[in-house]
Design a protein around this ligand. Structure first.
Ligand code: BF8
Ligand code: SF4
Length: 638
């Protein structure tokens, strides 16, 4: 693979060049060592769910047609997909549960480092989930919210509150009718594991409906994680920061925060800003003090709440270490490549793990607990400062490349900006402009960078095509990292790329918000769990128009997806009624039935469905045509 085939980002390419010179292996080398990948796995036609396996079915119809137990291609593929979604839901569930436990401790006064920062959000969430707020202290309300959140994980008699209270009435009815309403987050994950183990569910469509139920549990977990993070750390408001490797500074102790949960990263940012820590860094010889940078979703969390710059994300995470100036990489859980340890060993970088469920051999483990969060943060900063002293100045090679990035467009922030245009009816500017065609539709970009795709190539090709046609762009997770690196999260990008209608809307709102120019071309809504924020916006628009989500000119796209979490999110987007594009073919082609359910039958059941298209320009065309279809359905011009 040529370097040009690895990434479209010049900072990343520079780091790749550095790795080659130093003989350090990266994700792209490891991928090459895997090619060609197994055709059975690629099509979903292998099963290891029991000790009689592994069983494989030939995708070309020659050889075995079933596994030893008689599971056919449809069952194998449906079971594999269902387990991926269960793993995604377990991950988001673990993240949300962690936050819920901390909220409870905070409310009971057992976690002094976690005050209830956003009381307005606490009251709003409590009101929505049916907890009395009037005349009550914030702490009392928080105890009830946390307890109700924790109850969401086990099976109850009733639907998940975090799902039922956050979607349209029409969606709830559809989910009830199809029997896909989850009644517990963890219990639904367990049910998925049960029904897909040896000798249980052998009806592929029934397995897939179970998978949708689990994806909806994932949705509830994402929404809960967003709500509680906002209560504990504040609801994001727009900030301006920078993105790409150039945010690493040669004169500072550079600490990268990587992973997902803001529980530790937010505290590290707070502590790093204190005099004592800064003096420690300066005493070690870092005249610039401490420089915190973000990677992946933790990066998004601290970017939108604390203006922390984003160094890199997803597939290129190793490149932060390859700058030779990263003193510590601190990780919690999810999307952390074990390969970071090997890269760190080639430099002075201290890799620090913090969670009991996510250790990496040869990393320093500094165990995190809510009760000792600040102490943990201080220990981490000290370890980074010690590592700084071992830096080899001759090996520092920071690509001097970064772009401005506007971040932090929470639902609340978007509504408050819109209310400056129309105080009494904040959504009116959006719905009016959708009706007039100034906004042709909305596309939510989510997901990762996949090593199989030239990094960011699909994002950049798709966005330019969509915005030219006046599609409003929302982004989360590493999709926002991609756009940020390439300068798409700026007002300048709006001027340069947006079609006239979209530009007029973004300019009107930007002017009203006092920006003296348009809003950025991409509205950054946060991390991957914050896809719930995008769902909130879509639900608000649907309610305002008096239609269900499956009627809206709103689509989603994961042009370069990687993780099981992304599969879960994509599936709940489909269940929510959104046509959802994937730029990677998921391992389902071995089953005609499953492929057809995902790309066609789902449309009849939910209105949403998967559009698999690896060519970004064709993908953009397909999304535009779907938006046109939806517009015609609402009687709007297309
Ligand atoms: O949850 S986008 S690579 S960091 S999975 Fe992971 Fe993918 Fe990034 Fe966040 Ni989301
Ligand atoms: Fe083979 Fe069936 Fe066991 Fe899977 S569950 S490994 S198909 S025997």
């Amino acid at each position: 693979m040529s370097d040009q085939g690895k990434s479209t980002d010049s900072a990343t390419l520079s780091a790749i060049g550095e790795a080659r010179k130093a003989g350090i292996e990266t994700v792209w080398d490891r991928y090459q060592a895997q090619v060609p990948q197994c055709g059975f796995g690629e099509t979903g036609l292998c099963c290891r769910h029991c000790l009689q396996g592994p069983c494989r079915i030939d995708p070309f119809g020659e050889g075995a047609r079933t596994g030893v137990c008689g599971a056919d291609a449809d069952v194998m593929v449906a079971r594999g997909l269902s387990r991926a979604i269960a793993a995604g839901a377990a991950s988001h569930g673990g993240h949300a549960k962690h936050l819920a436990h901390t909220l409870l401790k905070s409310a009971k006064g057992e976690a002094g480092d976690y005050p209830l920062k956003d009381e307005a959000k606490l009251r709003a969430v409590a009101g929505r989930i049916g907890i009395k707020t009037e005349g009550r202290e914030a702490r009392e309300i928080a105890v009830d919210v946390a307890e109700k959140a924790l109850q969401e994980f086990s099976e109850k008699e009733s639907p998940l509150v975090w799902a039922a209270t956050t979607v349209t009435k029409g969606r709830v009815e559809t989910f009830l009718k199809l029997g896909v309403v989850p009644q517990g987050i963890d219990s639904t994950v367990a049910e998925s594991m049960h029904r897909t183990t040896y000798g249980v569910d052998a009806d592929p469509v029934n397995i897939l409906l179970g998978a949708v139920k689990c994806a909806l549990a994932d949705y509830a977990a994402c929404h809960m994680a967003t709500d509680i993070a906002d209560i504990l750390f504040g609801t994001p408001q727009p900030v301006v920061t920078r993105a790409n490797l150039g945010v690493i500074k040669s004169d500072s102790v550079n600490i990268a925060l990587h992973g997902h949960n803001p529980l530790l990263s937010d505290i590290i940012v707070q502590v790093a800003g204190e005099q004592e820590m800064n003096e420690l860094a300066v005493a070690a010889g870092a005249s610039g003090g401490i420089n915190i940078v973000g990677v992946c979703c933790t990066g998004n969390e601290v970017m939108m709440r604390h203006r922390i710059p984003l160094a890199t994300s997803s597939v290129s995470q190793e490149t932060a270490i390859l700058t030779g100036a990263l003193d510590a990489m601190v990780v919690d859980y999810q999307c952390i490549m074990p390969a970071l340890a090997g890269a760190a060993e080639c430099y002075h970088t201290q890799l620090i793990t913090t969670m009991p469920i996510a250790k990496i051999p040869n990393a320093l483990h500094i165990g995190f607990s809510e009760a000792g969060a600040r102490d943990c943060a201080k220990e981490i900063i000290r370890a980074a400062t010690d590592a700084f002293k071992k830096r080899d100045p001759a090996r520092i090679n920071i690509p001097g490349i970064s772009s401005a990035a506007f971040a932090g467009f929470s639902t609340e922030a978007i509504l408050s900006a819109l209310s400056l245009v129309d105080k009494d009816d904040p959504l009116k500017p959006i719905t009016d402009n959708i009706a007039s065609g100034n906004i042709y539709g909305v596309c939510l970009f989510a997901g990762c960078n996949n090593v199989k795709i030239t990094q960011d190539a699909n994002y950049t090709a798709m966005i330019t095509e969509l915005v030219k046609n006046n599609v409003l762009i929302l982004a989360t997770g590493c999709a926002s990292g991609a756009f940020a690196r390439h300068g798409f999260m700026t007002p300048e990008a709006t001027e340069k790329y947006a079609g006239d209608g979209l530009k007029a809307v973004l300019t009107a709102v930007g002017q009203a918000a006092g920006l003296n120019g348009p809003l950025p071309l991409v509205l950054h809504m946060g991390s991957c769990v914050d896809n719930s924020r995008a769902a909130d916006i879509a639900v608000a628009i649907a309610d305002k128009l008096g239609v269900d989500l499956n009627m809206l000119p709103v689509v989603a796209s994961a042009p370069e997806p990687v993780t099981e979490k992304a599969v879960a999110i994509g599936t709940w987007a489909v269940a929510a009624g959104l046509p959802t594009h994937l730029g990677i073919v998921p391992p389902v082609l071995g089953s005609r039935t499953v492929t057809e359910v995902l790309t066609s039958t789902a449309k009849e059941l939910f209105g949403g469905y998967f559009i698999v298209e690896t060519d970004p320009l064709k993908a953009a065309e397909k999304l535009l045509s779907v938006l046109g279809e939806r517009r015609r359905g609402l009687g709007l011009g297309s």
